[in-house]
Design a protein around this ligand. Sequence first.
Ligand code: GLN
Length: 257
Amino acid sequence: MKKNILAAALAAMVTVTALAGCGSAASDSGNSGSTGKTLTVGTNAAFPPFEYVGDDGNPDGFDIALIKAIGEKAGYEVQIQDMEFDSLVSSIGNKIDVAIAGMTVTEERKNMVDFSEPYYEAVQNVLVAKGSDIATAADLEGKKIGVQLGTTGEFIADEIPGAEVSAYNKAVDAVNDLNNGRVDCVIVDKNPAEVFGAQFSDKVDVLGGEQFDFEPENYAIALPKGDTELAEKINSALKELKADGTYDSLVSKYIEE
Ligand code: GLN
């Protein structure tokens, strides 16, 4: 499985697929599905193993499979729209209906959107060049840190004393700048960090755990504020998928080997 994910991650580096389709709050479309409605789902397909561009050029990954399974249970035709992570929250309710993108529930985002029940627990990791002197949180002070724009990794890096933070649209671009020495480390979520770590195993190490003591984060689906009907449908579909084993099988297919 890991091989597939890595191949997909590589494909994601060179391919940006902009899918057509404009969202209109779970609009009537006459499509199949028991409610006959389309759910336009925003993602950023450059965050393996949660979302990446698959071999066929379409977004794939844990989040994509999960939202498709949710759509099936809740009676929506799911249409995926690939966009920049930093534009997802502000696009909900206009370009897209909801977003699934390894998105952490934060108080700041909650001012703009609602969130589903959490579906995955995550934490930040630090990618360093092999032989780096960075080993603990204190070592990050004053360092050049690469992050993905608008992510929790960026918010954390911004608080580190003396750090010089460079924000990239894609996490892999930060990793590329680590590899060519423009930054000293990259702060990014654990699972993508592990994928990049495996992809560049001759160049980088993945650090985390108690030496850094980052707060646990929860991923959830971002929803239009106040749409309790949609939230209920999505939450009950998620609950069913956890109960019937689908959720666990997606975790083993995409995240665990
Ligand atoms: N979990 C991080 C966040 O929500 C990163 C998500 C991502 O880059 N797709 O900010």
